[in-house]
Design a binder for this molecule. Sequence first.
Ligand code: ACO
Length: 329
Amino acid sequence: MSVITLKGIGSYAPPKILNNQDFEKIIDTSDEWIVTRSGIHFRHVALPDQATSDLAFEASKVALEQAQLDPKDLDLIIVGTSSPDMFFPSTACLLAEKLSAPNPMAFDVQAGCSGFLYALSTAEQFLRNGTYRNALVLGADTITRFTDYTDRSTCFLFGDGAGAFVLEKQEKGEEFILDFLNGTDPTGTGKLLMPAGGSKRPACTESIQAHEHFLKMNGKEIFKFAVRISEVLINELLKRNHLKSSDIAWYAFHQANIRIIEAASERLNITVDQTILTIDHFGNTSSATVPMSMHEYAKQGKLKKGDLVIMVVFGAGLTYSAALVRWPL
Ligand code: ACO
């Protein structure tokens, strides 16, 4: 029986930095309010000439290098993103062009901030059930392009970035992905959205004047949903894999707000020290938060071969996803 393993991981954060003092100049806020309410000190923001595929390209190069895989051998590229370069072609196709990958199946998965884990579970299915061998899976977002810098309740939250995993199907070895839980609560579609720009409300002068091409969020509702669903998903993954919370080396939460991570940790009886934390310097990079964080912890040697990790995310939809993995690198 074949297994799926992780061969390489990479990430990229653009060089431009927005700190909380920059926000004090454009909205009525303070560094102290932002840090207390979100845990964010600064975030990286794409340069004017960088789009999502450019961030994805940089992260992919690092992951492919570690995997020692030539892009020509990629069978599958999936990009989890809700800020594609354009409606079509997909960011995955634009990335394939940049990588000179000649003939992969390439497509985007749009699941808000859950995009990366949705993409990873999709790739797992193709590798397990199909003939594909090598897959490149990303969470990549340039969400600041859709951030309304006049809306003080959302604009300080977001940063840009990309994270990439290279997966390979092998004849033998240890499984990387042990279990997955995915879902959607469609009663929450109106709680986090970009109202215009699609077929329902094509761009027009009025939509631009009304700031409808920016992200709108009911922060309090998302907050409550995030805490509740993180607890439910983690408890279910532990239960059905006969694990105790202390068996997990790291909990990699979507980095949306440190208070969400603290509140969920308290309900789960785990300490914040058991959670991966990068929100202070990346902010919320949407679908990129988990792979970027995993790469950072792997580079720092905190994530060790054999560690059990639970990744858990939530986003527009309201989508949610959690994965139990055994770290193979
Ligand atoms: N600076 C200062 N004061 C502010 C700011 C600001 N930037 N923003 C809001 N306030 C004020 C409000 O006006 C309010 O004042 P009032 O009490 O006089 O009305 C007060 O601060 C409290 O506002 P709340 O909205 O209650 O603040 P809260 O503690 O809920 O924090 C936040 C807001 C940080 C947005 C929080 O709700 C949150 O993090 N929600 C989750 C966001 C999230 O997870 N998004 C993930 C999905 S993103 C994606 O999928 C692309």
